[in-house]
Design a protein around this ligand. Structure first.
Ligand SMILES: O=C(O)c1ccccc1NCC(=O)[C@H](O)[C@H](O)COP(=O)(O)O
Length: 209
């Protein structure tokens, strides 16, 4: 199973995370987040990340122009659309080049039919826990909801993923995630990742999946 480490903010810390070779690194371009990275990482520092690690920009209800400007400036591989972006919005981004991850925030139930109009314009879905802060809550949604997810589109499982709960995933009768997305449960402070814990996660993933 692939791994995305989300919320990179500081250069030295990011370089340590890179040594662990996650499959995806996430950068928060949402100014209200404590993990907003534009003041602490410059475009060259992000652009020179080795190509085998895909760079994901996380956006919340921005304009397509802003998303594409950041994609070009930071050489992002994918745009993660974490707000209320429409299928047409996803289509515009995808046609311009980057991959698209459309996020759906889940509370207690989920009407999967809302995904239908997105499926031609996304590479992945990402399921996160519903919150007024949009993301980075450290809280899980009820993964039982995923039992009725039967789309062909691969998905990232997100929201409160931690060392204590990943063991549940492959025991559940659900379509298995393409990737795990981890964030605040592997941090010393917002944007400052706990390298030891992430190394432990890599080991656990290699053993369990
Ligand atoms: O991390 C944030 O601060 C954030 C703020 C606004 C939108 C998205 C945000 N994070 C995006 C992610 O992909 C997180 O990894 C995801 O929300 C899960 O976070 P956590 O529950 O802390 O593991």
């Amino acid at each position: 199973m692939k791994l995305k480490v989300c919320g990179m903010k500081y250069l030295e810390n990011m370089e340590e995370v890179i040594k662990l070779s996650p499959d995806f690194l996430g950068f928060i371009f949402y100014p209200k987040s404590p993990r907003y990275m534009a003041d602490t990482l410059n475009p060259d520092e992000v652009a020179r990340i080795p190509a085998h690690i895909k760079k994901v920009g996380v956006f919340v209800n921005e304009t397509t122009d802003l998303v594409l400007e950041k994609v070009n400036r930071y050489r992002l591989d994918l745009a993660q659309l974490h707000g209320h972006e429409s299928p047409e919005f996803c289509e515009t981004i995808k046609k311009a080049g980057p991959g698209v991850i459309k996020v759906f925030s889940i509370d207690k139930v989920m009407d999967w039919s809302v995904l239908d109009s997105y499926k031609d314009y996304v590479d992945y879905f990402l399921f996160d826990t519903k919150s007024k802060h949009y993301g980075g809550t450290g809280k899980s949604f009820n993964w039982e909801v995923l039992k009725s997810y039967d789309s062909d589109i691969p998905y990232f499982l997100s929201g409160g993923v931690g060392l204590d709960n990943i063991g549940l995933i492959n025991k559940m009768p659900i379509k298995q995630p393409f990737a795990l997305d981890v964030n605040s449960r592997f941090e010393i402070a917002p944007g400052n990742k706990d390298i030891k814990q992430l190394a432990g996660l890599k080991e656990k993933l290699a053993l369990a999946f």
